[in-house]
Design a binder for this molecule. Structure first.
Ligand code: HEC
Ligand code: HEC
Length: 488
């Protein structure tokens, strides 16, 4: 008996209970059990029982996949793309911190980051001429190069500190993204960046906040931020309690706002709420087929938008509007069209007769690039013919290329659909000279813009110090109590 007891201790110390030792340890254990059953003694039976429990725990722990933070990719086996995608899923949910921002669940509430359920297919449709893999590579290395419509410049460059994904981890995560509705493309690629040039240490942190978080919390309540924004641990005003200064609206929960946002973003959110509007919360006004919709922009993609309107009696309704149904509006100047929310444009180049309509891909001071059908066409802004929009008496809009005449003359001559037509200015209700027409989607922030005027510099410093404490630590403590895994 003593011998077998010593054998247990020796066995246990030779193979400490850890998942990689599970097999030798279990083998050793089984042999010992058999030996003990032969030797038979109550004390040994008890001991066997206790060790059986330890073995059971070790076995179960060995079955549970290792914590994702422990993943250390050294090579990828591309002969089994699905296995690579599984490794990518671990990076996605662990070290990559992707799951802190992105959902892969279409029923999740709207957030500041796109849902990636069908990214495997959608990736091929985002940037004209760019295939799915190239788009995903760019999304990882230079996320700001192309912003998904409706989202701000929030995504970090995940290959940089503090996330520091290696090329292998990025390859795996791209395989995982492609497996979401699409096909995994195992073609190797070169990193589009030179890590040596960038350095891998974290960027300098903003100067330490000198404010007092407790006073900031008071500002948060007194300035009525709490009327719209929930924060774990602070009581929100009772439902229906109105604030005389502004209309209370649905706004993002700020309990974890500092976990993935820097101070600059928080400061900008208060000083310039419209600079980056959280997706799913923007206020929008859009005209489609003569009806004006005013409400919240729920979602937006390259084909349609969803707008939620609220009737006077409080009932809410969601309207899905195809971009093609949105009414054209004249555009006076071709400057910064995207920032103003224009997404398609109709213009007539000087050397052409017919007008061209396309989605705005990019714009410089001199040129504008439109996606026309499948190709990108760049037009010089000075090489665009005058076009005139005439609104006649019975409400019909006539669009034509300008030939001659102004509202001060008797007649205005336009080429409409290739034929010259003469309009009597007397019959015209209103005439706007415009060189191009487009579809506009003006999104604004429902958050009041006057906080910079209301808050003193000290208030602002204290408020930011308070917001910087909202990292979800409280939320985590709560979820831990209920036994759920915190989402971080
Ligand atoms: C701090 C939040 C944040 C984190 C962390 C983050 N992203 Fe993003 N991501 C965004 C936002 C916001 C966008 C939309 C704006 C843009 O296109 O950059 C985006 C866009 C994307 C897109 C393009 C989506 C589309 O519909 O075209 C992909 C793909 C993507 N992220 C993948 C990832 C992966 C993989 C990780 C982890 C390695 C990650 N993101 C980490 C915020 C984040
Ligand atoms: C009338 C309601 C309202 C009030 C009052 C209000 N906000 Fe907001 N806030 C919003 C809405 C709606 C958004 C989302 C749209 C946007 O991004 O502008 C938002 C966005 C934000 C964001 C960005 C959130 C994110 O997830 O990225 C921060 C930070 C913020 N508000 C802080 C504040 C602070 C601090 C105050 C008080 C000084 C305040 N807000 C007062 C409605 C409000």
């Amino acid at each position: 008996m003593v011998v077998s007891f010593i054998a247990y201790i020796a066995g246990a110390s030779a193979f400490p209970i850890a998942s990689e030792n599970l097999l030798p340890w279990s083998a050793w254990f089984l042999i010992s059990v058999i030996v003990n059953i032969i030797l038979w003694s109550n004390v040994v039976k008890l001991l066997t029982f206790s060790l059986a429990i330890i073995w059971f725990y070790a076995f179960v722990a060995g079955l549970v996949p290792e914590s994702s933070t422990a993943v250390n990719l050294t090579e990828l086996d591309w002969s089994d793309p699905d296995a690579v995608a599984e490794q990518g899923a671990l990076v996605f949910n662990g070290k990559g911190q992707c799951a802190a921002c992105h959902t892969v669940d279409t029923s999740a509430p709207p957030g500041r980051c796109p849902d990636l359920t069908d990214i495997g297919v959608n990736a091929a449709t985002r940037v004209p001429g760019m295939d799915a893999k190239a788009y995903l590579i760019e999304s990882m290395y230079q996320p700001a190069n192309f912003l998904v419509p409706g989202y701000g410049k929030i995504m970090p460059e995940v290959w940089k500190a503090p996330i520091n994904l290696s090329k292998l981890e990025i390859e795996a995560v791209i395989a995982y993204l492609q497996s979401q509705g699409g096909e995994i493309d195992p073609t190797p690629f070169d990193e589009p960046i030179d890590r040596a040039d960038v350095g891998t240490t974290a960027e300098a942190l903003p100067p330490l906040l000198t404010g007092d978080p407790e006073l900031g919390k008071k500002v948060f309540v007194d300035a009525a931020c709490i009327s719209c924004h929930a924060v774990t641990g602070i009581e929100s005003p009772a439902v229906g309690e109105t604030n005389e200064d502004f209309e209370v609206v649905t706004a993002p929960d700020l309990s974890e706002i500092a976990a993935f946002n820097d101070m600059r973003y928080l400061e900008e959110s208060i000083l310039l709420p419209a600079a980056q509007i959280v997706s799913g919360y923007g206020a929008v006004t859009v005209r489609a087929k003569g009806t004006t919709y005013q409400g919240t922009l729920v979602s937006q993609d390259t084909e349609k938008i969803v707008v939620r309107t609220k009737a006077a009696d409080g009932t809410e309704e969601e309207h899905t509007i195809l971009l093609t149904e949105i009414d054209d509006e004249p555009i006076e100047e071709l400057t910064n069209l995207q920032a103003r929310g224009y997404f398609t444009l109709t213009l007539t180049p000087t050397d052409a007769d017919a007008s061209v309509t396309g989605e705005i891909v990019s714009e410089t001071d001199e040129t504008v690039t439109l996606k026309v059908g499948d190709e990108n066409r760049t037009f010089s802004k000075t090489d665009v013919k005058s076009q005139m929009t005439v609104i006649t008496f019975d409400g019909d809009e006539i669009v034509g290329d300008y030939v001659s005449g102004t509202m001060d003359d008797d007649e205005i001559v336009l080429i409409v659909d290739g034929t010259e037509e003469i309009f009597d200015t007397f019959d015209l209700e209103e005439a706007t000279m415009t060189r191009a027409r487009g579809k506009k989607l003006l999104v604004t922030s429902p958050m009041p813009e006057n906080f910079p005027l209301i808050l003193t510099v000290t208030d602002m410093t204290n408020l930011l110090s308070f917001l910087s404490t909202l990292t979800g630590a409280t939320a985590e403590a709560v979820t831990e109590e209920t036994g759920e895994t915190p989402t971080e």
